[in-house]
Design a protein around this ligand. Structure first.
Ligand SMILES: [Fe+2]
Length: 407
């Protein structure tokens, strides 16, 4: 390790991940670090020049980078959306010993898909707001793509879901619930047609929130009784909106209208009880709560999957179906792709690949040391071949640094 790498704010990045506003301090050529004219990246030409010069990695100072560049903890989520569009360049073509390039490409495909999905949802939500009927065809095409992607690589899709932004939450949440429903449905052995109907339902499940008062919708913290009653109206609005969509399959409608129903009959909008809530309606409640708990919002940090599972179990058997919650935990896994873990040597990393492995032996992309309280050189640790093990799952909030540049 060189002196350059020992500052806690310095991060080694592939040139393909560089963005305007980042503060470059050094370039790395075949492991040899050269200090350059340090400065802010203000023009795209500078990045093009680095690529043309054959430079593959640079060192960037997170502290000196601008808030919009994606490296600062504060406000960094805004830049994540831009990063959805980033194409993998030379860095991705470089196969690591673990052969991660195809994985990165699948993840990029999944990210692009989510980006498109968000655009589509934004458009449809806008139309509903203007009082137009919901057109089903674009949702079905989107659902097809979601399923194709989840079918070919559930890990990649979960990974993309882990990249959430604090704002535009409604859009993000809708797509995430759809992805979770398809992943869960696939785990339970549903056929492709049903998965498609689940996905459509998931994407539309909170459509009624577009008519909820913005101040209540975005209120940080607990709602008053009166505000909660208003929030509950989103399911009444949803009934109206879905009545305008005659082509929508009953399963999609149920997913949308039953995600707040509870087995003991204390849910809303219809207070359905026990068997009145079919399997896909019960699944939608589990996916909705899980995603809400594990999301980062402006007023709360994301909860780890393990803590969210505990809460889901505490809601059984009165609200949620216990057997189904256990199945959901088996399906998502304690350390899903995209979640953060601490290894036994104190390093923290992102669960990068789990395909065909034991739960506790994924490939982990390490980038930070909790012991040293600073970034470390990025390393892919294959726990199948390493003596290290997972110590515990960690939440992004516990890190005191922003993990998003490493996704
Ligand atoms: Fe809802």
């Amino acid at each position: 390790m060189t002196a350059v790498a020992e500052s806690p704010d310095l991060i080694k990045l592939p040139v393909s991940r560089l963005a305007l506003g980042m503060y470059v301090t050094a370039i790395d050529q075949q492991g040899k670090v050269t200090v350059v004219n340090a400065g802010l990246l203000k023009h795209k030409d500078a990045i093009t020049h680095l690529v043309k010069s054959g430079i593959r990695f640079v060192w960037v100072d997170a502290e000196k980078s601008l808030p919009g560049s994606g490296l600062k903890k504060a406000g960094s989520t805004a830049s994540l959306r831009g990063k959805d569009k980033v194409k993998f360049g030379a860095g991705a073509k470089t196969k690591t010993k673990l052969g991660l390039a195809p994985n990165q490409m699948r993840q990029q495909k999944a990210k692009n898909l989510l980006f498109e999905a968000k655009g589509l949802i934004r458009k449809v939500l806008g139309e509903v707001f203007e009082g137009k009927a919901i057109e089903v065809a674009p949702f079905e095409a989107l659902a097809d793509n979601l399923i194709e992607s989840v079918m070919s690589d559930a890990g990649a899709m979960q990974f993309a879901s882990a990249l959430r932004s604090k704002d535009a939450y409604l859009l993000e949440h809708s797509v995430n619930v759809a992805v979770l429903l398809v992943t869960f449905g696939r785990h339970l052995g549903f056929d492709a047609t049903t998965l498609k109907q689940l996905a459509v339902g998931g994407i539309l499940h909170d459509i009624g929130k577009i008519k909820v008062d913005n101040q209540i919708l975005h209120k940080p913290g607990k709602l008053s009784e009166e505000e909660f009653e208003h929030m509950k109206l989103h399911q009444v609005y949803a009934i109206d909106a879905l009545a305008e969509a005659p082509d929508l399959h009953q399963i999609s409608k149920d997913v949308c209208l039953m995600h707040h129903e509870k087995l003991d009959g204390r849910g809303y909008p219809n207070g359905l009880k026990g068997d009145e809530i079919p399997l896909h309606g019960r699944m939608s409640g589990i996916c909705d709560i899980y995603d809400a708990l594990t999301a980062t919002r402006c007023y709360k940090e994301a909860m780890s999957p393990a803590s969210a599972f505990k809460i889901l179990l505490s809601l059984t058997p009165h609200h949620l179906d216990q057997k189904l919650v256990y199945e959901f935990i088996r399906c998502v896994g304690v350390y899903p792709v995209g979640s953060l873990v601490e290894l036994s040597d104190g390093r923290v990393g992102i669960v990068w690949e789990t395909n065909g492995r034991e739960v506790r032996q994924p490939i982990v992309k390490c980038f930070y040391s909790l012991k040293l309280k600073r970034y470390t050189q990025v390393a892919y640790v294959d726990l199948l071949k390493s003596e290290l093990e997972i110590e515990r799952g960690v939440t992004p909030g516990a890190l005191e640094v922003d993990p998003s540049p490493f996704y």
